[in-house]
Design a protein around this ligand. Structure first.
Ligand code: SF4
Ligand code: SF4
Length: 189
């Protein structure tokens, strides 16, 4: 990890640590470093730091390293860590907060495909009131520049009725749009 001045980082980033605690509702300073979360994490093999290490780095104020880590984007929110934590810390929720903070700070490079998928998914829900799988796939492939990704599954899925060629629009689309607008307003506060 290289040389790192802990007391300086703590001093400089105390407000960030407090913010993560407030936004996630989880007191990460209660972590015992037992590593049970890391031991059960199905994504740990692909992470640069296991979840217990992220918790420690966070408590020590290592803001940039945490927000620039691959870990927060590899985390799939499965909650295994949360159910295993002996200190009842909702680690999955902390990961969620860290992803939001990484986007705000502009540290999105390692989360590019996750963000593209998220935008494509929510885009179809916003437009039609529910998920439109074919639209999601096309939008995701276009935004990641991987036009033919999974294209071989499209026709068999259509023929077997597992995917529809056109979106099904629900009746309450205006209500769904209001939820999106309200969420946007809350983000601005
Ligand atoms: S929620 Fe994320 S960090 Fe926790 S066990 Fe699942 S993948 Fe790992
Ligand atoms: S399981 Fe909980 S207490 Fe143990 S290292 Fe992970 S976050 Fe810390």
């Amino acid at each position: 990890m290289g040389e790192f001045n802990l007391s300086q980082a703590l001093k400089a980033n105390r407000s960030f640590v407090d913010k993560v605690i407030e936004e996630s509702g989880q007191d990460i300073r209660q972590c015992y470093q037992c590593a049970k979360c890391s031991g059960g994490c199905p994504g740990a093999y692909a992470m640069d730091y296991p979840p217990s290490q992220i918790m420690r780095m966070l408590a020590l104020g290592m803001k940039d390293k945490v927000l620039k880590s691959r870990t927060i984007w590899v985390c799939m929110g499965c909650n295994t860590c949360t159910t295993r934590c002996i200190r009842n810390i909702d680690i999955a929720r902390v990961m969620d907060t860290l992803r939001q903070e990484a986007v705000k700070a502009g540290y999105t490079e390692k989360g590019r495909t996750v963000i593209a998928f998220n935008d494509a998914f929510l885009g179809t829900v916003k437009s039609y009131g529910r998920l439109f799988e074919a639209g999601l796939l096309i939008k995701f492939n276009l935004s990641t520049g991987n036009l033919m990704k999974d294209a071989q599954f499209g026709l068999p899925m259509l023929l077997k009725g597992k995917a529809k060629p056109f979106p099904h629009k629900i009746k309450g689309r205006s209500e769904v749009k209001k939820i999106f607008e309200k969420t946007k307003q809350m983000e601005g506060n």
